[in-house]
Every structure is written in C-alpha cells, then in structure tokens.
Design a protein around this ligand. Sequence first.
Ligand code: PPS
Ligand code: ADP
Length: 207
Amino acid sequence: MSVIGKSTNIFWQECQVGKVDREKLLKQKGCVVWITGLSGSGKSTLACTLSRELHSKGNLTYVLDGDNLRHGLNKDLGFSAKDRTENIRRVGEVAKLFADSGLVCIASLISPYRKDRDFCRAIVPDSRFIEVFMNMPLELCEARDTKGLYKLARAGKIKGFTGIDDPYEPPLNCEIEIKQENGICPSPLSMAGHIVDYLEEKGLLQE
Ligand SMILES: Nc1ncnc2c1ncn2[C@@H]1O[C@H](COP(=O)(O)OS(=O)(=O)O)[C@@H](OP(=O)(O)O)[C@H]1O
Ligand SMILES: Nc1ncnc2c1ncn2[C@@H]1O[C@H](COP(=O)(O)OP(=O)(O)O)[C@@H](O)[C@H]1O
C-alpha cells in the first residue's frame, strides 16, 4: 500500500505480458523521441516525417503533438508557466506509457522549460529518452509564421508567446541538435534520416 500524490491506498498491478514480450512482438525497443523548439521551428514536420520513415521501415510509431493534444487531453490548459509545466508532465507520462507499450513515441512540443523536459527524461527508464533540439533562429520561425501567431504576438494581441515575451530555455545536453547549415535549414527528410541513424546505432529499431 502506498500514497502517491493525492492517491491513497493504491497498489501496483503487474500483468503477465510485459514490456519485453511486447518488444519481441514488435521487433523494436520502446523509446521516446522528444522534439523541442520554438513555434515554427519545424517540430511537427519533423515528427511526421520521422514517423513516416520509421513506418516504412516496419517500425511502429505514434506522434504526440502539442497542438493536437491541446484539442483533447490538455484542453483545460493554457500557456501560463504552470499550465505549460502540467502540459509537459502529462505528455511525458503518456509518452512513458507508449514507450512501455513498445512504440517509438515521437513527442513534438515547444516544451520551453528545461526542468520540465528533464522531468520527462527522468521518468522514461533505461535512457530511452532522446531529446531533439530544433535550434532554429527566431527570425526564421517568425518569417515562416504559418499560423500568423508571431504577427499577433508582436502586435500585443497574444500575450506570453514563446520567444517574443515568454522564455525558451535551450537544452544543455540533448542527444541531437538540429541547426541550419551555412544559413540553410536541412530538409525534413535529412533530419529524420539523422534520427533514424541514431536510433539504429543505439539498437532501438531491433528487438
Ligand atoms: N502563447 C503561446 N506560446 C506558444 N505557442 C502558442 C501560444 N499560444 C498558442 N500557441 C500554439 O500552441 C502550440 C504550442 O503548444 P505546446 O503544447 O507545444 O506548448 S508548450 O509545450 O506547452 O509550451 C503552438 O504550436 P507550434 O507552432 O506547433 O509550436 C502554437 O500554435
Ligand atoms: N526543414 C524544413 N525546411 C523548410 N521548411 C520547413 C522545414 N520544416 C518545417 N518547415 C515549414 O515551416 C513551417 C512550420 O513548421 P512546423 O512543423 O509546423 O513547425 P512547429 O511544429 O515547430 O510549429 C511549415 O510551413 C513547414 O512547412
């Protein structure tokens, strides 16, 4: 019996089919690829490209996209520091479950606070948390402005927009950093290829 947060008198239930069995079935290892960066840095594009590339190689993936999750699971959360922390905590917990199910879980969220990303890293066992930093300049993200949100933030119509009047804390020790090369952004396919190579090297794409 234990007390976890506000839950009392709770017990951990083990099942006969475990993570190793699921990984054998799927012929891969469960892990979390966590993509962080400014709005417009290319997180969702990379997440979807990576998912497609892995899928075509025969690996099972699932994408957790910040924007999408805010339509359901996290629709009660806004963009205050407290709400962003709760957003990341919830998605981190879901990603941990998906990794435990044997999937390559690809999470794509701004996740601006280092401590929140570190929390997610800490709850995923066996160093199966791969942090990917989309290190794109604000000027590039703002020039893209696909949703018109930077324009609204500059006009003061959105308050607390990441990179404009809200912080983004870059990772200090991420597994993969993606940057412009000679002022040119790598293609989504080449970024995805880089991550696939990393996962392969770590032996995560085989059982
Ligand atoms: N204030 C503010 N700051 C940043 N972003 C904002 C804001 N308001 C709305 N949006 C839209 O919400 C998307 C980011 O959601 P996330 O869940 O990834 O954000 S966070 O990780 O909780 O910071 C983000 O999507 P992306 O552009 O895909 O990053 C925006 O479309
Ligand atoms: N590697 C890339 N090269 C050129 N344009 C890109 C690249 N990645 C994304 N884009 C474009 O940038 C815009 C923002 O990308 P998106 O994936 O929605 O970013 P985020 O999820 O970080 O907000 C989109 O119009 C997308 O087509």
